[in-house]
Design a protein around this ligand. Structure first.
Ligand code: ADP
Length: 522
């Protein structure tokens, strides 16, 4: 009910006209009008002040003021927010031309006014004023919401440790920078906004060129990502990490840059410390390795000399024991001859041991010249060399020929194969015929794996590694004689030729030893 009640002020010096309009309006079914009347402009303005009408019907020509002057005063008085006054100008036909000036206002020709036309004009104005008011309220609402959101953003941004900045692509303007700029640069945000390039003054001279490159990248719309140093007014140096992202408008044109700049001094220092530590550690490892290498070389040289020098007295012992047996054997009883045999036997074992030790240490000391080696030929040589042994043990050796060629040192590979084959026919159960299978295959492209598989006693998994070390033996010398150096030679030899060794074996199920060397077949 209240909503439908509207106040209309009729400002016209002609009583009849005022009455006519009043009548027309009172017939309205949509609104209930409270109608105020003024016969002069001044009175009209006064009533406007007091009653705040929803619509003013204004005669174009009033005795004390024309419509334009009236509107100007009205506008100065009330209309701050809306652009248009709720005014319908009523003009007589001869004033129509003048009324054209007021084209932004509704006007009606007095002579043509009828009830419907007048009410329509008033309805329109009421509706228009209502819409304008709603629009104004919405605008206010959006403004408040934006203010709120900006406040929240600032609160968030100013509590960040990183600088958030917004600048023009050519860096000639800085639109925004949060408080972190002051914390990191030790210069005010205001100075940055008023002198957009002033942040550059802090850049370390050695990093200046790189920062200029970043500015060029920014101007051409690229992503930027750079670490550089700045110097604070108190001379303190800081490292920063700066990244910039181009923001484009809906047409793809570069509008501005948003960036984030962090103080990474602490990370840099930590990183530097770690790098330094690593370097020192590497240096220490290198020193230690070369010390070990030197010690190892000395030890090997020592072993070689000792082994070598032991041979002369050993040979004398062997020679004299044999001479004793030959020349005085008949004079000695059985026990005496048995002692001589034991001396010769022990001397022989010692001789083997020294031989093996010498081979092993020679392997570490000499340069091995690698070349393509035909394993079939090597195999033949090894079989010939071990022929007596193979026959004595009635061993059956099957070679799955042809074997592939490998890159190796000929004598070394021959010794390696001989050692593996000797073991394969040695470590079998009593009275069992040794059966050995030898074949080659490519497991990894570029590498040849040579297998030596036996039907022997097998080896527990826990011993697989240690048997490749010097003097590691799993059995007593009486049952399975040996020096414990054979597999150490195998490993050292293969490794010195750039290859690898390994085995698959379970107790009682035979052993399969393998060596892997570079493929040399074309
Ligand atoms: P040696 O044969 O002189 O004893 P090796 O270094 O050749 O020394 O071998 C080390 C040990 O590894 C051997 O004493 C034996 O216990 C074990 N071994 C080597 N080859 C085989 C094999 N084919 N079957 C079972 N055991 C083996």
């Amino acid at each position: 009910m209240i909503q439908n009640q509207k106040t209309v002020l009729i400002v016209d010096d002609n009583y009849e006209d005022r009455e006519t309009y009043r009548r027309y309006l009172l017939q309205d079914k949509q609104y209930i009008y409270r109608i105020l009347q003024a016969e002069s402009a001044n009175l009209g303005l006064e009533l406007c002040k007091q009653a705040k009408p929803d619509v003013v019907l204004l005669d174009f020509m009033l005795p004390d003021m024309n419509a334009r002057a009236f509107i100007d005063q009205l506008q100065a008085e009330f209309n701050n927010n809306t652009n248009k006054l709720p005014v319908v100008i009523l003009t007589s036909q001869q004033d129509e031309a003048m009324a054209d000036d007021e084209e932004s206002y509704d006007y009606l020709i007095k002579e043509k006014i009828d009830a419907v036309g007048l009410r329509f004009a008033v309805h329109k104005l009421i509706e228009q004023t209502r819409l304008e008011l709603e629009l104004e309220i919405s605008k206010q609402f959006i403004k408040t919401a934006l203010n709120e959101s900006e406040k929240r953003f600032r609160l968030f941004a100013d509590n960040l440790d990183a600088i958030i900045w917004i600048a023009s692509p050519d860096s000639s303007q800085h639109f925004y920078a949060n408080k972190a700029y002051e914390k990191i640069w030790h210069r005010s945000c205001d100075s940055l906004i008023s002198q957009p390039l002033s942040w550059l003054d802090a850049v370390h001279p050695e990093d200046y060129e790189r920062v200029l490159v970043k500015l060029e990248q920014q101007e051409s719309g690229q992503l930027t990502n750079i670490e550089y140093r700045i110097i604070r007014p108190d001379g303190q140096e800081r490292w920063v990490w700066d990244r910039g992202f181009p923001i484009r408008d809906e047409n793809g044109a570069l509008s501005y840059y948003v960036g984030i700049t962090e103080d990474i001094t602490e990370q840099k220092l930590a990183h530097e410390q770690i790098r330094h530590l690593t370097e020192t550690l590497e240096q220490q490892v290198m020193e230690r390795t070369s010390q070990l290498q030197a010690a190892n070389n000395e030890l090997e040289a020592f072993a070689y000399t000792v082994s070598h020098d032991l041979r002369a007295p050993l040979r004398a012992m062997q020679g004299f024991a044999e001479a004793l047996a030959e020349d005085y054997g008949k004079l000695l009883d059985e026990v005496g001859n048995e002692y001589i045999a034991r001396i010769i036997n022990s001397a022989q074992r010692l001789e083997n041991l020294i031989q093996d030790l010498l081979s092993y240490s020679r392997l570490s000391r000499t340069d091995l010249y690698l070349q393509p080696v035909n394993l079939n030929n090597v195999m033949f040589e090894v079989m010939t060399q071990l022929d007596a042994d193979l026959k004595a043990k009635n061993a059956q050796v099957t070679i799955s020929a042809p074997l592939r060629a490998v890159l190796a040192h000929r004598n070394t590979i021959a010794q390696v194969i001989a050692n593996l084959l000797t073991n394969a026919i040695k470590f079998v159960r009593v009275d069992e015929q040794p059966q050995v299978l030898i074949w080659s295959e490519i497991k990894t492209p570029g590498w040849v794996r040579l297998w030596v598989k036996d039907n022997g006693i097998g080896i527990k998994a826990e011993h697989h590694k240690r048997i490749f070390s010097v003097f590691e033996r799993l059995h007593g010398i009486e049952r399975y004689p040996g020096t414990g150096i054979g597999l150490a030679i195998v490993r050292k030899g293969v490794e010195r030729m750039g290859g690898r060794v390994g085995l698959e074996s379970l107790p009682g199920q035979g052993s399969s030893f393998w060596i892997e060397l570079k493929d040399a077949s074309r």
